[in-house]
Structures are given as C-alpha cells and as structure tokens.
Ligand binder design. Structure first.
Ligand code: GLC
Length: 801
C-alpha cells in the first residue's frame, strides 16, 4: 500500500447544535466548538467516533452567545472576540480578530491532511510571523525556522539542539503582523511541529502520528492574554507551600544521614539561607521506592524531625519503576492490586532501571494512582511533604519501550504510542493527589522531570540533566521562560549544572541568575566535585550568600507572583516576548534569554567569562537595581560585568515589596515591609498577597490581599484596603522612593517625614581579600529617601507635590 497525502475535501453535510457545528467533509467527521469568546476547538477525525484526550483540558465549553451563519461558500462563526470562517469546498478554516484582521488560516492547498494514520494541519505562513512557546524546547526564542517533536525523552546531558526533551506541551503562540494567537494540539501521540523549516516558508504545520486532529485555537490581544486563555483550558498551578520558594540544595546523593545533618548545619552556621535539602536515590534500599536504606539512614524520622527543627524540609526522590522482588511490600501489593503496565498478552511489562528489573505503575489508571497514593503514606508518616518525581518519561535502560505495551488511559486501553507523553504527568498527579490525601490541609510540594500540557496543576518542573557550561545556563533560562509561555510558570534548572563541573565563576553567575527563577535549586551528579554554595571558595560563598539573601528579601514580591500564576497563569519569569512582543530587537542576541521577574525586574543573564556584556533594555526608563543608575530603554548597552554583578533593572513605575533577610521561609521577618517604588510618568499596579503559606485556608478567605498602585502623573501611590480575613505579618511600611524629585509627601492627608538612608539591595563582596586584579563594586544606594507609616489594613494614600 502506497500512501499519498490526502487532504480534507468539501463539506457534504453539517448541523448546528447549540453552539457546536458538526458535520462531514469527504468521509471525515468534524466538530467545531467555541469554548468561550476567545477559544474555539477544532476536531477532525477519520474514525467512527472522535478520539478522547481526557487529561489536559479542564475547561468545559461556556454557554456563550455566538452568531453562526451559512452561505453557499462558507460557514461563519462569530463570537465577541473572534470570527472563524470555514470555507466549504474544500474544508479550510481561517480565524480573524474582532476587527476582521486575519490571525491564522489553513494552507489553501493542503489544509488538514492525512498520510496513513498521521494527521497534519498545514497553515499558511505570513512573512513576518513569529512563533513562541512550545515549553521545554531547545533552540532560540523565536521558533520560526525550527521544528520539534513531542515525545518525552530521558535526555541526559542535552544541549542547545537536543529535541525532544522531557516535557511536551504541544502549544505555541503565533504572532502575525503583530497580532498574537495560540494553538494547542491536544493529542498525546507523538506530534511534530514545523515552523517553516525545510520548506522555504511555504507553510507551517503540526501533525500527530495517530488519533484526531484536535486543537484549540486561542485569540488574545496580547501574548499574556493567550497564555491566560490557555491556562483556563489546561488549568493553573496550585498554591505551593511557601518553603518551596526558598533556596534548595540537592545532590546525587547526600548519604549517609550524617552527611545530611552536616549540610544542614553548615547552611545555618554559615548563615546562608535555605529551605530544602534533597535525598536522591541513595536513601533507598537498593533504589527501591518506598524504602529507606537502614544502614545509611537508620532513623529517617529523627533526621526529618531534626531538619524540620532547623527550618528545613526534606524532599525525597521517587521513581516509577518498582523492583520485581517477591517480599518487597510495595511490589507485592502492586501485583495484588494489578497496577502495572502490561503487554497485550497480560504479562507485566518489565525493563531495567535504577532498582534493576522493574514493573511500571500504570498512572493513567485511577487504580494505579490510588494505589500509589496509599503507598505514599510510608513517607508522609515520616513527616515528608515534598516529592521529586524522576525518570517518568518513563525512562529505562536502553530507552526503547515497545510500542505495543498497554496502558489504561482512563479506561480507553491504549498503547505506549498514545500514553507515553502523559505518563510523567499522571505520575506526578498521583503523587500530588496522594500527598494531599495523606497530609490533609497542608500543601505538598511536587517536582517532576516529565510532563504534558496541564502538568502545572500538579507540579513544578525542572529541566533535567543539564551540563555545566555557560550555554547550558542560558539554555536553561530560555527553557524556563518558554515553559512559562506554555502554562508552566513554576520551573527551574539544576544550578551549577548536573553533568560535569562548574568553574567558580560559572557557579556564582548561575546561582545569581537562578535567584530570580521560580524554582531555585542546586543539583549535581554522582562522583563530581562538591557543589554547595561554600564549595567553590570564599568569594563564591559570599556571592552566593548575597544572592540567596536577596532571594529571601524578594519573598513578598515573589509569593505574590506565585499567587497571580495561581489566579490566571501569568508566567513568573516572563520572556521579553510576553510584554514586548513586537519589538524586533528582543529576538536576537542576549535579549532572547532576558526575562522579567513579574512585571518589573529585568534580569539579563550574562555568561561567566565575559568582562563586558551586551544587553538589551526594552522601551521605557529603567533603574539599575543594585545602584539606582537610571538608564533609558529601547537600546542595547555594553556594560561591565563581574562575577558578583548580575545586570538587573527595575522598570519605571515598579512596585516591589521586600522584607528583611531570614534564614528560611518559616523564620519570622522583622515586620517591616520595604516597599520600593521607582518613579516614572506612568501608571502601574502590583497585587500584594499573603497567607499562612502552608494550608488551603486561603481558599476560605484566609488571605491578605491588596492592590498597590502608582500614578506618576497624578503623583499618587495607593495601597487599597485589604481584602480577606488574614492578618498580615507586616506591621510597618517603609516606602523607598527611587528617582523621585519631590520632597513633600503626605500619607493619608498627614505630612510625612522624609528621611534618608543608605541601603544595599545586594552586598558587595568584602569579607576577605578581594582578588587583586579587580575592583570590588560598592552597591551602596546612598541617601535614598523614604517615608514610613504603620502597615494599616485600610487604604493608604501617599501623595506628593
Ligand atoms: C536522573 C535525574 C537526576 C538524578 C539522577 C539519580 O538522572 O535527572 O536529577 O540525580 O537520576 O536519581
């Protein structure tokens, strides 16, 4: 049989049921469903029934008013936000915004096509079209000219061109003539995306090796609108426990127990703040999940309790492979409950991984997830609340699981071909749900290597086994920025590099950059040099402490950004493509790695060996964060850079709530909110959010929330009245006034005393003999004006003249 491309022909029949247009074109079935004014789902199938993908989308179609009209040539579906035209002969779709401007259209010749089982949608490619997102994908910020596969893989030591990696999110954002839209291909088979590669820009396309064409088209006025709509579809994060925003130390592996005690003590002795220490696979007996090695860890409960008393949480690694050893309780119970993935002949699939011969839990089956949830009690009884889910692509030695292996997939009974990409996602779901079941009202922390669209509802993602090198550091930043555009706002990379060894310069630069990442963890491989903040000599130790201190100062701001991500999916680290989409300069050079933490703090990662670096500041006025030097944006700058001095800028209008340094997130701060405001002729706002940081009580209004607004033209700062029933931990408010010329301030109608102070947002390295060849910088912001008042719950209005 010789397959030729078969593209979808003319519509032969259709009907409209509520808002859904359903019919046939050629001998294929199609269904078009608006989910809200901005989202339309497109399904086309060559099978008898539409294929179901039950894991990613949590949104139900809303009952909205649409207009559907029909002429001899086309069907027109109009919502408040967009318009979809379906030409009848042949079936081709095009999408427009409410101004009638084209956003996206099928390629007129090929449209939707099949090659055997593989379905492809060809789209016309506009000359200036930009492609963003795709989540954890290597390559540059603009995906134009690149192509990608989605097939979750154990990509040990990956580099700038490796594809695929561990996580698949078949979702991209296109920008056509400056107008963004999104397309999410909800199909869990291996999929392929081509953004004009090897076809001389004839078209872009996406395909799936099996199943239906099942995609969601998203209209958004801005890139962030598209991300928020996608987050409505696939869900947002859970509020994480606050301790997971702190600094985390990992290695493969800390053992035996006294090594762990030692690491914990050293952090506290050296006054380097930290919240988490990890146990990698050596904690287990012969790498068997749900065990502790009795010799290395004779008393895990005492260890965990001791660390808790020092303000640490312990996170343990969990792998999905279960050793096939009779008498190993987990295995025996798994067999009894029949939870393992099988061959079509009913025998359990077996492959080798860390614990030797293993079976693999079928996490796509509720039965498997429930069993896993019960097994987790082993850990939660010991006081553990954090679980690191690894090897869940799933990985096994040889990395070639036979495609015939079967998975439940919510009762569908499918093969590896359809299930692989959601395996890790469902594993970490099982872990998250299991932990919730076991630890009641407390928020668990879960971390995963593998995932699929929607994984953000259950877990943070780390980018796997990277390599110690400047390129890898920058790649990690792009991966995190890109995951943010794919609805996964909580992500990070192994600081210092997992494979190979960092130089002192690289380690300190990497750690400085990661200070601003949502997930902040140092990790390194077995048999490499020590990689704690103190392991690279005194200078690096001091630089590390300074940046980790800054991380803890940023906590009120950072936590508020996590809350916003929970509310609507806005990324915590925003690639410049999110807010400065139509500035062509951001798609080249260093600007591709740059990001903002929240809306205000621009971080420009520069490499460790550079003495000078070229960076780009987007439009607007900026203040160098550590010195207050004012710089005009929309320009490239060449700046001096040193090991301790990461280029970070605050934008005019920035509203950044900070606190004093604490040694871990559970330590109580000094009660003074240090609110930094950066003057400009702009109007801005920042949400402030606080709660207990550890329970779900915030869902019952036990939170403290207020809007902080700045208006440079009206000369006014307002902290709105608080919402929610939680008592803030802050008692005093100190407002630092960056770049304000005026000296006459009033707070709630009373003249405010203006005082001055010298401050440092980052400390210079001073504690030991500096390297002779370089001047040490002083980051003193001298004579900064501030005003202060009680942090009252009612409105606080600050005006100036
Ligand atoms: C995998 C993980 C890595 C971990 C190692 C041992 O390679 O990606 O982070 O340290 O396994 O568990």
């Amino acid at each position: 049989m010789n397959f030729r491309n078969e593209s979808l022909g003319a519509i032969t029949s259709f009907q409209v049921l509520n808002n859904t247009i359903e019919g046939e074109a050629g001998n294929r079935k199609f269904r078009l469903t608006p989910y809200n004014h901005n989202i339309v789902r497109v399904q086309v199938s060559k099978y008898e029934t539409f294929d179901e993908y039950p894991f990613s989308v949590v949104m139900q179609p809303e009952n909205i008013a649409t207009k559907i009209s029909d002429s001899s040539e086309e069907i027109l579906l109009t919502t408040e936000a967009c318009e979809m035209k379906v030409s009848k002969s042949p079936f081709r779709i095009s999408f427009y915004n409410r101004q009638g401007e084209l956003l996206n259209e099928d390629d007129p010749t090929f449209g939707i096509s099949w090659l055997g089982e593989e379905v492809t949608n060809y789209k016309s490619l506009a000359q200036d079209e930009i492609f963003l997102g795709m989540g954890e994908k290597s390559g540059g910020l603009n995906r134009r000219g690149s192509s990608y596969d989605n097939w979750n893989s154990d990509a040990f030591g990956f580099n700038n061109d490796t594809d695929p990696l561990y996580v698949s999110t078949p979702f991209f954002i296109g920008v056509r003539e400056g107008r963004p839209y999104g397309i999410f291909l909800d199909n869990t088979y291996k999929s392929h995306f081509n953004f004009g590669t090897s076809n001389n820009d004839r078209f872009s396309y996406f395909s799936a090796s099996g199943g239906d064409l099942n995609y969601y088209f998203i209209q958004g006025d801005t890139v962030n609108d598209v991300i928020q709509q996608y987050s409505k579809l696939t869900g947002t994060i859970q509020m994480p426990p606050k301790w997971s925003l702190g600094f985390q130390q990992c290695r493969y592996s800390y053992y035996p127990d006294h090594e762990v005690y030692n690491i914990a003590d050293t952090f506290r002795e050296k006054k380097i703040p930290a919240d988490v220490i990890y146990l990698d696979i050596h904690y287990m007996k012969d790498y068997m999940a749900f065990t502790f090695d009795n010799e290395r860890f004779p008393n895990p409960k005492a260890l965990i309790e001791k660390l808790i008393s020092q303000g640490f949480k312990v996170v343990v690694i969990l792998d999905p492979g279960i050793a096939t050893k009779k008498g190993y309780g987990t295995y025996d119970r798994g067999l009894e409950k029949d939870v393992f993935v099988k061959y079509p002949d009913g025998t359990a699939y077996e492959a080798s991984v860390w614990p030797g011969n293993s079976h693999f839990t079928d996490f796509t089956d509720k039965k498997g997830r429930d069993w896993w949830a019960d097994e987790l009690k082993f850990y939660t009884d010991l006081g553990l609340e954090g679980f690191w889910n690894d090897m869940n692509e799933p990985a096994c030695w040889g990395q070639d699981i036979p495609d015939m292996v079967e998975f439940d997939y919510d009762g569908q009974q499918v093969t590896h071909k359809k299930a692989r990409n959601v395996y890790g996602f469902q594993m970490v779901r099982a872990t998250y749900e299991g932990a919730r079941k076991q630890i009641g009202n407390k928020r668990p922390f879960t971390l995963t290597r593998s995932g699929f669209s929607g994984v953000q509802r259950y877990s943070a993602v780390w980018t796997g086994d990277n390599v110690a090198g400047d390129d890898h550091m920058l790649l990690g930043v792009r991966l995190v920025n890109s995951l943010g555009m794919a609805g996964v706002p909580v992500a990070g990379y192994d600081v210092g590099g997992f494979v190979e060894e960092s130089s002192p310069q690289l380690f300190s630069r990497w750690l400085a950059v990661a200070t601003f990442a949502p997930f902040f963890r140092v990790h390194s491989m077995v048999n490499v040099r020590d990689s704690e903040p103190w392991a690279y000599g005194e200078e690096v130790e001091e630089i590390s402490r300074n940046y980790i201190n800054l991380r803890y100062k940023l906590m009120p701001y950072l936590y508020s950004l996590f809350y916003r991500a929970y509310q609507n999916g806005t990324p915590i680290n925003k690639s410049l493509a999110v807010d400065y989409t139509n500035d062509p300069e951001i798609y080249h050079g260093n600007a591709q790695h740059e990001f903002t933490l929240g809306d205000w703090l621009l971080v420009c990662p520069t490499t460790s060996q550079q003495e000078y670096a070229k960076i780009y500041l987007p439009e607007g006025n900026w203040y160098r964060f550590f010195t207050d030097e004012k710089v005009i944006g929309a320009q490239h700058l060449v700046i001096e850079t040193s090991m301790e001095d990461l280029p970070v800028y605050a934008k005019e209008g920035a509203i950044i709530p900070l606190q004093n340094v604490v040694q871990n997130t559970q330590e109580v701060h000094d009660g003074e909110m240090k609110l930094h405001i950066y003057h400009g002729d702009v109007e801005t706002s920042q949400q402030y959010f606080e709660d207990d940081g550890e329970t779900f009580d915030f869902e019952q209004e036990a939170f403290y929330r207020r809007q902080m607004t700045f208006n440079g033209n009206e000369k006014r700062i307002v902290l709105s009245e608080k919402e929610g029933n939680f008592q803030s931990s802050f008692k005093r408010l100190k407002v630092y006034l960056h770049g304000f010329e005026s000296t006459e301030f009033q707070i709630n109608g009373q003249k405010a005393d203006l005082s001055t102070e010298d401050i440092r947002l980052i400390e210079p390295v001073t504690e030991f003999d500096p390297l002779p060849q370089r001047d040490k910088k002083n980051y003193l912001i001298s004579d900064i004006n501030f005003i202060e008042t009680d942090f009252i719950d009612s409105e606080i209005e600050i005006i100036w003249s």
